[in-house]
Design a protein around this ligand. Structure first.
Ligand code: DGL
Length: 271
């Protein structure tokens, strides 16, 4: 038994897809969430900048003596190296490996991957999928407008602007006739109703945030690290809380109580 918290981070709202699944699977786990809303989006940044941000985010969470840290962010997971992972000194996972495994388990051989520009250009999902099953073909498409749309609350299933943008981004995926689609950025599941409707509910959607939570459940169980606490979740963000609280509250189905704003300087000093 281990009642230390699980640290989860993302550039903003996306990592809540991991929090939501975590709360469903393991309601007794304490969670410390960090959303780097002062520097979102991550997906258009260079590999070097992303690695620097990742290490700052991890250092911030380490202050809470976390038993596991999850990069609930496809972008960070795509550029995170084994050396970085080793240097942390705390158990860690990103979303790419668990998600690739889940997609390979259900596909008939054609997997689409949508993600941020950094994620798609890194080729990380394709590499992970080929390592699991070299016979599977992958088709990627970057969707850089999705994250700003989500962060600005354009997530209603009938939102006309988001629907039009999604039509454009999903066209090549539909043309590739994939049977499975990885929502490789953790923000995208907030757009699931729109994406699923445009694909006529014919494609299996794999939610990267959820898969990371499932991986974490297995990891905690097999290492005797499960907690039996009250499941409290504390939120830290690096910009103003109003819009975050509103959209997060809708997504999680309950108002967020505990949100603390930290400064970017504080984050940089954590390292
Ligand atoms: N939610 C993140 C991801 O999974 C970050 C997106 C962004 O900030 O561009 O890629």
């Amino acid at each position: 038994m281990d009642n230390r918290a699980i640290g989860i981070f993302d550039s903003g709202l996306g990592g809540l897809t991991t929090v939501k699944e975590m709360q469903r699977l393991l309601p007794q786990e304490r969670i410390i969430y960090f959303g780097d809303t002062g520097r979102v989006p991550y997906g258009s940044r260079s590999r070097e900048t992303l690695r620097k941000y990742a290490m700052q985010d991890v250092a911030f969470l380490k202050q809470f003596d976390c038993k596991l840290i999850i990069a609930a962010c496809g972008t960070i997971s795509s550029v995170f190296t084994p050396e970085m992972q080793q240097s942390i000194g705390v158990p860690f996972t990103g979303v790419v490996q668990p998600t690739a495994q889940a997609a390979c388990a259900v596909t008939n051989g054609r997997i689409g991957v949508i993600g941020t520009s950094a994620t798609i250009h890194s080729g990380a999902y394709g590499r992970a999928i080929r390592a699991i099953n070299p016979n599977v073909r992958t088709f990627g498409n970057a969707c850089p407008l999705f994250v700003p749309l989500v962060e600005n609350g354009f997530v209603q299933p009938d939102n006309e602007i988001t629907t039009r943008v999604a039509e454009i981004y999903l066209k090549p995926i539909q043309e590739a006739q994939v049977d499975t689609l990885i929502l490789g950025c953790t923000h995208y599941p907030l757009l699931t109703p729109i994406i699923d409707r445009l694909l006529n509910s014919q494609v299996t959607l794999i939610n990267a945030g959820e898969q990371a939570a499932r991986w974490a459940q297995n990891y905690l169980m097999s290492n005797d690290l499960l907690g039996d606490g009250d499941g409290a979740c504390e939120y830290f963000i690096s910009d103003t809380p109003e819009l975050f609280a509103e959209t997060a509250g809708i997504f999680l189905g309950e108002p967020l109580k505990d949100i603390t704003q930290i400064s970017i300087e504080e984050l940089q000093a954590a390292i």
